[in-house]
Write a protein that binds this ligand. Structure first.
Ligand code: ADP
Length: 447
């Protein structure tokens, strides 16, 4: 097992990884920017190294600085966390070239799955159904018009490098397509540095259902069930739950096994998530994330498996040590993503926290790096806390969620807590009847 792990990330996820390492007897080094010198993970880690100024490109995306930090501290492995370097194949390669273990999949798997058209082709070959769309990238407007005529309007233009819902535009007709195509390319270029786009049929009422996979380097693969992440705003997840209220046990087992078989077929290692849209009883693969997901705690709550611990173990070459039959699903879990944002305008709200009280009690978990007096920096993602609640039934989970949301105090910055309080009381949410467009429809009604 590793003796020392360098955590190349920040915020709640850096803390989450530190906690797993500590429980495994592994020492930690947190590589941080100057803006994060007072972060909770930096305070708790065995060591910390400042790797640059606040701007991510100069610190959390600065490969030479991260590698130097690993060299001078004598770390054995680097955990990239979520976002930043976690899906950068070149980084993974360089980590290995410098003699460290990258806690994640092989660079080849990151590369293939990072190109969303290559990812779709790869999983389709392994037997997974995919959303109908272009065969690969769509390089000209003429080609886009031809493809749209074949798959039928409405269509969605998506960035092949995609992530965070960026570079995605809907076109409902050929007239709309002209503009949407150019806009998607421009947005893709700005966000990812490449303007390559592809096209899919736009589904009107799907749910977003994703399957958690865990694979070791000895050919063992298990799935840890699904998460329903359909409550979204601008293609970004807001609330997630496991299991999905839309699936029965047979459907759950089928999609889980199909996902596990796919991952086995491609020889993947580590944790990974296969994302699907689910509509009218059918699943359509959209993408695979080759890293930990923000919403991983709900899976941990219903399986009792520590995903970060397992991720570190398999990266060190350890066998899983259990098979699918050993995995038990128990109860229901829901996560609310709490952002430092105005709950109506969604404008970021950085600043100093002058009062913080996290809820507790049976079945309650708060993943957050906040503390009284902490200053939320303006430079990064606005996620500041994940409220995760477990109950023996969905109803118990909902009652507990309402109780904990009412107890949660975060003062000094605006947060999305009031939005969550409202959403979990909406009859459609209570009944589990929502799709990926539900939240935006609800907000349009308000406007
Ligand atoms: P990203 O990598 O940017 O997160 P995804 O491909 O995972 O992009 O899609 C993000 C979200 O966009 C999905 O969860 C879903 O809400 C929406 N979406 C993606 N593809 C489609 C589609 N073909 N039809 C309708 N909505 C889609």
């Amino acid at each position: 097992m590793f003796e020392k792990v360098l955590i190349a990330n920040r915020g709640e996820i850096a803390l989450r990884i530190h906690r797993a390492c500590r429980e495994m007897g592994i020492r930690t080094v947190v590589a941080h920017s100057t803006a994060d010198a007072d972060a909770m993970a930096v305070r708790l880690a065995d060591e910390s190294v400042c790797i640059g100024p606040p701007a991510s490109r100069d610190s959390y995306l600065n490969i030479p600085a991260i590698l130097s930090a690993a060299i001078i501290t004598g770390a054995d492995a680097i955990h990239p966390g979520i976002g930043f370097m976690s899906e950068n194949a070149q980084f993974a390669e360089m980590v290995e070239e410098h003699g460290f273990t990258f806690i994640g999949p092989s660079p080849e798997h990151i590369r293939v799955m990072g190109d969303k058209t290559a990812a779709k082709q790869t999983v389709a070959k392994a037997g997974l159904p995919v959303v109908p769309g272009s065969d690969g990238a769509v390089d000209t407007l003429d080609q886009a018009i031809t493809v749209a005529a074949q798959i039928g309007y409405p269509v969605l233009i998506k960035a092949t490098a995609g992530g965070g819902g960026k570079g995605m535009k809907i076109a409902r007709s050929e007239e709309e397509l002209q503009q949407a195509y150019q806009l998607a390319r421009a947005e893709a270029l700005a966000a990812f540095g490449f303007d390559s786009v592809y096209m899919e049929r736009f589904l009107d009422t799907p749910r977003h259902i994703e399957v958690q996979i865990l694979a070791d380097t000895h050919g063992n693969v298990v799935h840890l069930g699904e998460r329903d992440c359909s409550v979204q705003r601008r293609h970004q997840k807001v609330i997630e739950e496991a299991p999905s209220p839309a699936l029965n046990d047979d459907q759950r087992r089928q999609i889980g096994e199909l996902a596990a078989d796919t991952v086995r077929a491609i020889g993947y290692r580590g944790v990974g998530t296969l994302e699907f849209l689910y509509q009218d009883g059918s699943f359509f693969f959209i993408e695979m994330n080759t890293r930990l997901q923000i919403e991983h705690p709900i899976t941990e709550m219903i399986t009792g498996i520590d995903l970060v611990r397992e991720q570190i173990r398999v990266a060190a070459g350890a066998p899983l040590g259990y098979e699918q039959d050993a995995i038990r699903f128990y109860g229901h879990a829901i996560e609310c993503r709490v952002n430092a944002e105005n709950p109506e305008s969604f404008l970021p709200s950085p600043g100093r926290i002058h009062s913080y009280h996290a809820p507790g009690g049976l079945g309650v978990r708060v993943d957050s790096a906040l503390y009284d007096g902490y200053r939320v920096p303006p430079h990064y993602d606005s996620l500041i806390a994940k409220l995760v609640v477990h109950g023996t039934s969905r109803n118990e989970c909902l009652m507990r969620l309402r109780r904990t949301l009412a107890e949660f105090v975060i003062e000094g910055v605006d947060t999305t807590l009031p939005l969550h309080e409202r959403l979990v009381a909406e009859p459609d949410f209570v009944n589990g009847q929502y799709d990926i467009h539900w939240l935006e429809r609800l907000m349009e009604k308000d406007a």
